[in-house]
Structure formats: C-alpha cells, structure tokens
Write a protein that binds this ligand. Structure first.
Ligand code: IPE
Ligand code: IPE
Ligand code: MG
Length: 239
C-alpha cells in the first residue's frame, strides 16, 4: 500500500561535501537538487503529503556563514519552484518558528503558500526552524489561552484537540519516515505525528538520494505489517 504521508530527515549534506574536500555549502546546494527531484517524484507517485525537514531549531547554532547559505538556498528554492509547484498542483506549507527566519524568507514562504493555496494534488510541508517539542508547547499555549478566555474546560482536553492545535493539525499522521546518512534518530522531527510511523534508515547521504531510493523505501513500507497494537492474525486480511 502507498503511504499517505511520507516525512524525510534529509541528512548528510555536510559529510557529502567533506568527503569531496569541498565546503559544506556545496553539499547543501546538491541537497537542494535532490529535494527538487524527490518532490517531483513524490507527486508522480501520488503521495498526499510530503514533509521535509529542511532546518531544525538547533541548526541556528551552526556557523553563521552556513546558516546564511542555507537561508539563501531556501529563498532560491522558493523563487525557482513556485511556478513548478503551481503547474504540478502542489500546495506548499511551512511549519516551524517563522518569527526567527529572516524577513525575506518569511515573506517568500507566505507568498508561495498563498499562491499555491488552491493546489490539491499534494501537500509539500517544509519544516524550517522546526522542533517538535517546541511545536507542542505552542499548541498547549493556544489551548491554555482558550481556557483563559473561558472557551475550554480541562475535561474538554482530549487527544484530537491537542493534535488539531499542532502546526500539522490538518495533516494525516506520518506513515513512513525516512532518514538518510546512516543516523538513526529523530532529532526532534514530528515526535507526535510520527509516533506510529514506519521508520526507514538509509546510509545514502542526502545529496546522493535518488528517486529510486524513495521508491525503495516505499516498497519497504509496503512489505511491513502495520499492527497498531493488534495481533498479526487480526490485521491479516483473508484473501
Ligand atoms: C542536513 O545535512 C542538512 C541540514 C541539517 C540543514 P547536514 O548538514 O546535517 O549534514 P551532516 O550531518 O553534517 O553530514
Ligand atoms: C536534522 O539534522 C535536521 C535536518 C535534517 C534539517 P541534523 O544533522 O541537524 O541532526 P543531528 O544534530 O545530527 O541530530
Ligand atoms: Mg546532519
């Protein structure tokens, strides 16, 4: 079965560049190329949602020139891909701490979000300056604010309500989460949304990630048995 929502931790740009004796920035430039291919391919395959971890809240701690290069690449991506997204009926949405982003990036994100708002073929979610725990704190803040205004009682707080107030509130849960570069951790990415996701870790560094690697991960997903707490016999549909 095809996953509805695929999320990718695009890791290994730095090591890709260092392995070639070049600047880490070149790894990010090549990484952006891989993003373009993967987005196109995901649309072709009929995914409903593709969420990409582009920049974490902790990534602000990297050297200033690397952060600047990443912000510049993001701007370039948004400018160059806007028409392509519209032509392919892809709606772009950004999640993360927008207020921390440079004004130019914020404005571009808003512009592309608005211009693709009508697109219904696929949702491309860019996680920028994102951290799942911070996102949860924001959701709780919204709920406590509602409570303060008298619009919410403690008894009204239930799971769907909390999920609704996350920045991913209107998206289906993550079905398949892929991380490249051989690292096997989540690094704060979608901790609630991916709590029942199938995890696929590949050694490939992100700039080398091909459309065939995405297909391979989706095949691996299709081979898995998702039991959601039940027994194998319960989920096994008789032929
Ligand atoms: C992922 O590649 C891109 C970002 C985190 C922005 P890295 O830059 O983390 O690459 P490595 O892990 O240093 O190889
Ligand atoms: C996670 O990668 C963030 C992105 C891929 C954008 P990192 O390379 O920053 O993660 P850690 O610090 O190694 O866990
Ligand atoms: Mg990394």
């Amino acid at each position: 079965m095809l996953p509805r929502h695929v999320a990718i931790i695009m890791d290994g740009n730095g090591r890709w560049a260092e392995g070639r004796g070049t600047d880490r920035t070149l790894g990010h430039t090549q990484g952006a190329e891989a993003v373009r291919q993967v987005v196109r391919h995901a649309r072709k395959r009929g995914l409903e949602v593709l969420t990409l971890f582009a920049f974490s809240s902790l990534n602000w701690g990297r050297p200033t020139d690397e952060v600047a290069a990443l912000m510049h690449l993001l701007e370039e991506f948004l400018v160059e891909e806007e028409q392509e997204l519209i032509d392919n009926d892809i709606r772009l949405v950004a999640i993360g701490e927008r207020a921390f982003l440079p004004r130019s990036v914020r404005d571009l994100l808003t512009r592309v979000e608005q211009r693709t708002a009508h697109c219904a073929g696929m949702r491309l979610v860019l996680a920028v300056s994102y951290d799942g725990r911070r996102d949860m704190v924001e959701a709780i803040r919204r709920l406590t604010d509602m409570a303060r205004r008298g619009e919410l009682l403690p008894a009204d707080v239930h799971e769907p309500l909390l999920l609704e107030h996350l920045s991913t509130g209107d998206l289906p849960d993550v079905d398949l989460l892929i991380r490249t570069s051989g690292e096997k951790r989540l690094s704060g990415f979608l901790p609630i949304e991916a709590c029942y996701a199938e995890l696929v870790f590949v050694d490939t560094l992100w700039p080398d990630f091909q459309t065939t690697d995405l297909d391979e991960a989706m095949l691996e997903y299709a081979r898995r048995e998702r039991r959601f707490g039940l027994t194998g016999a319960q989920v096994c549909v008789p032929a």
